[in-house]
Ligand binder design. Structure first.
Ligand SMILES: Cc1cc2nc3c(=O)[nH]c(=O)nc-3n(C[C@H](O)[C@H](O)[C@H](O)COP(=O)(O)OP(=O)(O)OC[C@H]3O[C@@H](n4cnc5c(N)ncnc54)[C@H](O)[C@@H]3O)c2cc1C
Length: 381
């Protein structure tokens, strides 16, 4: 947008500058190399903590920086996305899905053990919900945890897990009771326990995001590592869904802007048939349509954030926001690639990478089909 969303203050602007500087100096110059190598240095977590990124929004007592509104988190997600490689923010920030259940329902001892090292960037935590047998139907998960004295014995597998090869802990959804959502508990599983193993996965995009399949083979985890009450784990999974979805939408906003900016800059320099690409009406309209989608997404995102800040809980609109976000990103990556011509198809062009990363945004964190259906049910269609 050519204007700032009216709810944002000078403090938000300053935080945006702070994150942008970090991304420009520490991430963007390295992303192409890191993505090809399918790995980034682990110390990036510590650097991101020192820059007030990794620890934003967590309680001060554990080394976090509490925030007064949801805008800061969205600004951070958008600015991280400007590095132009979605796998970096996805893996750097897996604690944003792995840690909230610990904070919401973990014992004080568990929080003391886990939250500070993660928020400092010394240790990594990820979230293990999806299984080889299915991801959308969370309530049908099969990984089983059976009580044996003061331990659970866990058997099963999780797949597509971001930061899965490197994580020190996995916040894991397991079946402790009967069928359905009422039989699920959350356990924090340390990855150095006997009975834990993992294998890396090759992907279409997000090469650097460290995706893995995890295996639990008679793994014994203390009951003290359970989050909240037995068989009430589904509540803790659900509680973070809206925050995850608005964060993903903010990321898509950033990726869409990167696509737009690369296409605009190229269209202003490249000449065909005696004039700049940007002087051909067809190309100008493509760029305007990208801006139309970006402005629509940005307005929806910040309006929903404002409703959240005022204590609202717009579940249906947040589900639709996630769909709008992935579609906007897909549209912008597609149009940018077309404007860039052959250059867009080359591996050294960030739009080539972003184009390959569009689909994961429509699948992860609640797929488009599931989001549309959730909205339909909320609207009682
Ligand atoms: C790169 C990547 C990273 C990921 N990171 C994590 C992670 O860190 N932790 C984690 O737990 N999971 C993670 N996931 C998993 C992700 O959340 C799931 O892929 C997603 O929930 C969809 O589950 P699924 O792939 O098993 O598809 P399925 O559930 O098998 O669905 C397949 C297709 O059918 C559609 N579908 C399913 N049910 C319906 C229905 N009722 N009506 C209409 N259409 C339907 C879906 O939308 C999808 O298009 C990641 C996935 C990817 C690709």
């Amino acid at each position: 947008m050519s204007f700032k969303y009216p709810g944002l203050s000078a403090e938000h602007d300053a935080y945006r500058d702070q994150v942008r500087r970090f991304v420009q100096t520490e991430i963007t110059p390295n992303v192409a190399r890191w993505d090809e190598a399918e790995s980034f240095p682990r110390e990036l977590h510590q650097k991101a903590a020192a820059a007030g990124i990794l620890n934003l929004g967590y309680p001060e007592e554990y080394g976090g920086i509490p925030v007064s509104d949801p805008y800061f988190g969205l600004i951070m997600a958008e600015e991280l996305a400007r590095c132009g490689a979605g796998g970096v923010p996805a893996s750097l920030m897996t604690h944003s899905i792995g840690l909230p259940p610990v904070l919401a329902g973990g014992s004080e001892a568990l929080k003391q053990q886990i939250v500070s090292p993660v928020v400092r960037g010394d240790k990594l935590i990820c979230l293990g919900i999806t299984e080889p047998g299915g991801g959308s139907d969370v309530a049908a998960l099969k990984t089983r945890a059976v009580l044996d004295g003061d331990h659970y014995v866990v058997n099963g597998s999780k797949t597509f897990i971001t930061s899965g090869m490197r994580a020190d802990w996995v916040t894991t959804a397991v079946r402790t009771g009967g069928e359905g959502m009422g039989g699920i508990s959350l356990l924090v599983i340390p990855t150095d326990l006997p009975g834990f193993s993992r294998t890396p996965l090759k992907k279409m995009g997000w090469w650097v995001s460290d995706t893995a399949t995890l295996y639990f083979d008679n793994l014994r985890v203390p009951v003290a590592n359970r989050i909240g009450v037995e068989n009430e784990g589904f509540l803790y999974i659900m509680r973070n869904f809206n925050t995850e979805r608005t964060g993903m939408a903010a990321g898509c906003l950033g990726y869409s802007k990167v696509c737009y900016e690369y296409a605009r800059d190229y269209a202003q320099q490249r000449k065909t048939f005696g004039k700049r690409l940007a002087d051909h009406q067809v190309i100008r309209h493509k760029l305007s349509r990208m801006m139309l989608e970006i402005t629509g997404l940005e307005t929806m995102l910040y309006t929903i954030a404002t409703v959240n800040a005022q204590g609202g809980n717009p579940i249906a609109e947040t589900a639709l926001l996630k769909v709008k976000a992935s579609e906007t990103f897909e549209f912008c990556a597609n149009e940018a690639m077309q404007i860039l011509g052959g250059h867009g198809f080359m591996r050294d062009n960030p739009v080539e990478r972003l184009y390959r990363e569009t689909k994961v945004q429509a699948i992860g964190g609640g797929s488009a089909e599931i989001m549309l259906d959730l909205a339909a049910r909320q609207f009682k269609i």
